[in-house]
Design a protein around this ligand. Sequence first.
Ligand code: COA
Length: 164
Amino acid sequence: MNKNSMDAAQPREIPAFTTRLAEPGDLDICVAFDCTDPTDSRRDQEKVDLIRARIDSQEIFLAVTPEGSPIGYVAIDRLWPMMLPLLSWVYVAPAWRTYGVAAALVDFCFHNLKSRQYKRVLLSTQTDRPQMIETMRAMGLKEIGTLKANPDENVGEVFFIREL
Ligand SMILES: CC(C)(COP(=O)(O)OP(=O)(O)OC[C@H]1O[C@@H](n2cnc3c(N)ncnc32)[C@H](O)[C@@H]1OP(=O)(O)O)[C@@H](O)C(=O)NCCC(=O)NCCS
């Protein structure tokens, strides 16, 4: 056995990608990414119109390969439109997960919002996703409460705030 094969695991090579705002030509892929949200998978004209308006309002952020293929998606909604953005859905194509794509996209989104004078951003996840709740706590986010939009369901949405 040579020495190299006994060494600790080599650092993983991270494939190249970049982040950018979504543009009007990205409409179809943005609709497809948005419909991966199991709580909001409706795909109809209203959804398409909503996504188009979000692209125009700089509310959608994409990660793309060097060849330009979109591989990750972040969308924001607004609670009190001029004041409080809410990161509503983060999605990374399965083959690209664990490479830091979501972290890079979220970071790009936060920097973009800050450059547009937003002071803070909300993030949320469902109460039945303990791992995601832990991730948000590990990111140093401040937990600010749980909303149960449907009182007949057990699952609620836990909200966190991040100062920009
Ligand atoms: C969850 C998911 C987006 C993670 O993508 P990924 O590119 O593999 O994630 P990364 O390699 O960047 O590693 C996770 C990091 O992303 C960030 N991140 C992931 N999801 C996030 C979210 N919803 N909000 C904010 N940040 C998030 C965190 O900074 C986390 O940091 P850590 O590594 O220090 O824990 C991906 O697995 C996915 O698309 N899952 C299906 C959709 C989904 O569950 N979305 C989240 C809904 S709450």
